[in-house]
Design a protein around this ligand. Structure first.
Ligand SMILES: Nc1ncnc2c1ncn2[C@@H]1O[C@H](COP(=O)(O)OP(=O)(O)OP(=O)(O)O)[C@@H](O)[C@H]1O
Ligand SMILES: [Mg+2]
Length: 380
């Protein structure tokens, strides 16, 4: 039986708010998305009032879940001043130190960590299609090969890639009604909005919904104990990405770029964005760096290889490595068989593992170490 938006609104009309008005009258609701028996929406309130609204969020979830036909309800509480709102849920945020005499700026606040997760890192780029998702998956597998317990979160809610890149078709199970059990693949703990929505269902995400979905996937999924969570970010450096970078408790960001100048300009924008929100840039990966002919093995620098290394020096960010443009990487990646997992002895797997070593080193002793050092232990 299909659940309608009207049924959801009727249920919410019976939920009272701290001011006494019904939830539907309080002008705090985002658009309500109902898909396949799953209901998502957010309640946006003033940051100072967040605590008193938490019971409303819980009651709203319970009311929606009681509607016949509803399989799950995910309701997020967001605040007008986003950074402050995050502190209202889960453990208190580890605040970055504010130099004396300088007023605290929202960018100085680190959102609360995810219980059990030591380090969250973003894989980002200024521009789309440069190979972020492919890099994120193989980097996660490379970190796994270093003996770390690794999770991967697909934060690209507009175009989730992980269901395809990891050939995942199953839906996550719910635990106790409102928490989701992530999917396991190749030893990675995986979550993507693509597991919850139909690939063919076009979703219209409005501002608060985006944050709500990301918050749910970070905080209402049983990630368990992880040394590193790799977040595959959506492309671009707009407001959505900036907010996301602020909401996710990032230890650092890996920027992926192709060697062409244009992509590098975008990469520069990506770096600037993370710097703006005080997230350390762990380094730059040059993807599609050079072309290795699959027949003769000859190498050609079709995109003008080396741009990212020079650029990294220029911007004083570490250079993490270069990945060739290779048919195997594309074919394997697009058929859900990432090279590091399925050709572990191959040349490409080695390249990604070397990048993983560089990323781990940056987290432990480099750019990421200053931001509440992760508890990653280097094995000799
Ligand atoms: N080193 C590589 N060699 C060959 N093909 C690659 C390489 N890296 C990525 N690709 C291919 O390029 C395409 C885009 O890659 P991917 O989806 O990882 O990019 P993205 O930056 O995440 O894109 P979007 O911005 O859409 O999220 C895919 O078909 C992928 O298989
Ligand atoms: Mg992608």
């Amino acid at each position: 039986m299909a659940v309608s938006k009207e049924q959801v609104l009727a249920a919410l009309a019976r939920v009272p708010t701290p001011g006494g008005a019904a939830l539907t009258e309080a002008k705090v609701l985002s658009d309500i998305v109902v898909t396949d028996g799953k209901v998502f929406f957010s309640i946006t309130v003033d940051a100072a009032a967040v605590q008193s609204w938490e019971p409303v969020r819980t009651a709203a979830e319970a009311a929606v879940r009681a509607i016949p036909g509803v399989q799950s309800a995910l309701v997020a509480l967001t605040a007008e001043r986003a950074a402050a709102a995050a502190g209202a849920r889960g453990p208190q945020p580890a605040q970055a130190a504010t130099p004396p005499g300088r007023p605290a700026h929202p960018a100085d606040r680190v959102p609360p960590g995810i219980p059990g997760v030591d380090a969250v890192i973003a894989v980002a780029s200024g521009k789309g299609g440069v190979g972020k998702s492919t890099t994120a998956v193989n980097l996660a597998l490379g970190l796994r090969d270093l003996g770390l317990k690794v999770g991967i979160l697909d934060a690209d809610i507009y175009g989730p890639s992980l269901p395809k890149l990891l050939a995942i078709k199953e839906k996550p199970q719910t635990i106790g009604g409102n928490r989701l059990k992530p999917i396991s693949r190749y030893g990675l703990t995986v979550m993507s909005i693509g597991f919850l929505i139909d690939e063919d269902t076009p979703m219209i995400w409005r501002g608060p919904m985006v944050m709500s979905a990301i918050t749910q996937m970070l905080r209402e999924v049983e990630w368990g104990k992880l040394d590193v969570m790799v977040v595959d970010m959506p492309p671009g450096t707009g407001d959505a990405q900036l907010t996301m970078a602020q909401q996710v408790p990032l230890k650092g960001a890996v920027i992926v770029s192709t060697p062409q100048d244009l992509a590098l300009i975008d990469a520069r924008r990506g770096i600037a964005m993370f710097k703006r929100v005080n997230v350390p840039v762990l380094g730059l990966v040059e993807n599609m760096s050079y072309f290795l002919c699959p027949h003769c093995g000859e190498r050609s620098d079709i995109f003008g290889h080396g741009g990212a290394r020079t650029e990294a020096e220029h911007l004083s960010v570490p250079f993490l490595g270069e990945v060739p443009l290779h048919m195997t990487i594309r074919e394997k990646s697009d058929s859900g068989l990432p090279v590091v997992a399925t050709e572990p002895d191959g040349v490409h797997a080695r390249i990604y593992r070397d990048i993983a070593v560089n990323v781990r080193d940056q987290l432990v002793t480099g750019a990421g170490a200053g931001r509440a050092a992760p508890k990653i232990v280097i094995e000799a």
